[in-house]
Design a protein around this ligand. Structure first.
Ligand SMILES: Cc1ncc(COP(=O)(O)OP(=O)(O)O)c(N)n1
Ligand SMILES: Cc1nc(C(=O)O)sc1CCOP(=O)(O)O
Ligand SMILES: [Mg+2]
Length: 218
């Protein structure tokens, strides 16, 4: 794993639904200037499938000078030399992950309210993934939509970068940043776009990041 980098504002999360092309989409997104990819496998993904996809995407990210995070699977992140992990309520706690990851690892934590955000900060989260801002067609089991207001309340409660998530497009991404988010994470807005590179360009513009120039040190 490499030394800490500024946290990019646009997080591209892989789409591993059966009809998706996660590697092709990530290649195009990196060419368009995206500087962070989170590898996330669907529930059906075994450790081996997650490892194979993560190894490929970690290599693409290294070649592009981009950050690679692995969702949930701390051991896979370590095995492929990713830059860090994203962890939620069903995953290892951030401090337990930190105990086994390299010192410089990025550890993102999902938070849905200010109380969870303060707890994540105490256990060493680098950034907070906060949502769902809107209903998501990618993750349909989410029960409570927190909206822009809920996301903004978390952003105002802690001095950690907030990455908004859930049902976002470029217009909503800009609103998230106006409401206190450091940046946004998306699946469908990129993977389901007719033109992936154009979609990445619009999202980078919406979050105030020029292609390839992440802003805001962690
Ligand atoms: C940036 C970001 N925010 C939130 C999540 C969701 O993580 P989690 O709650 O652990 O759910 P799964 O993604 O594991 O289904 C995320 N992945 N990224
Ligand atoms: C993986 C994930 N986590 C969420 C949360 O709110 O915790 S929403 C989500 C899916 C995001 O996909 P899309 O951009 O297609 O809505
Ligand atoms: Mg998780």
């Amino acid at each position: 794993m490499r030394s800490p980098v500024p946290l990019p504002r646009l997080h591209i999360i892989t789409d591993t639904r059966p009809d998706a092309d996660p590697v092709g989409v990530v290649e195009a997104a990196l060419e368009a200037g995206a500087r962070l990819v989170q590898v996330r496998g669907e529930d059906r993904y075994t450790d081996r499938l997650t490892f194979d996809l993560s190894r490929t995407i970690a290599r693409l990210c290294r070649e592009a000078g981009a950050v690679c995070l692995v969702n949930d699977a701390v051991h896979v992140a370590m095995a492929v030399g990713a830059d860090g992990v994203h962890l939620g309520a069903d995953d290892l706690p951030a401090d337990a992950a930190r105990a086994i990851l390299p010192e410089t690892a990025i550890v993102g934590a999902t938070c849905r309210d200010p109380h969870e955000a303060r707890a994540a900060r105490r256990v060493g989260a680098t950034y907070l993934g906060v949502g769902p801002v809107r209903a998501s067609g990618t993750k349909t089991a989410l029960k409570r939509i927190i909206g822009l207001d809920g996301m903004g309340a978390v952003a105002g409660a802690v001095d950690l970068p907030v990455i908004a998530i859930g049902g976002l497009d470029a217009d909503l991404a800009a609103e998230c940043v106006e409401n206190g988010a450091h940046g946004v994470a998306v699946v469908s807005a990129v993977s389901r776009a007719a033109d992936v590179k154009a979609a990445v360009g619009e999202l980078l513009h919406a979050v105030g990041e020029r292609a390839g120039t992440p802003a805001g040190a962690v």
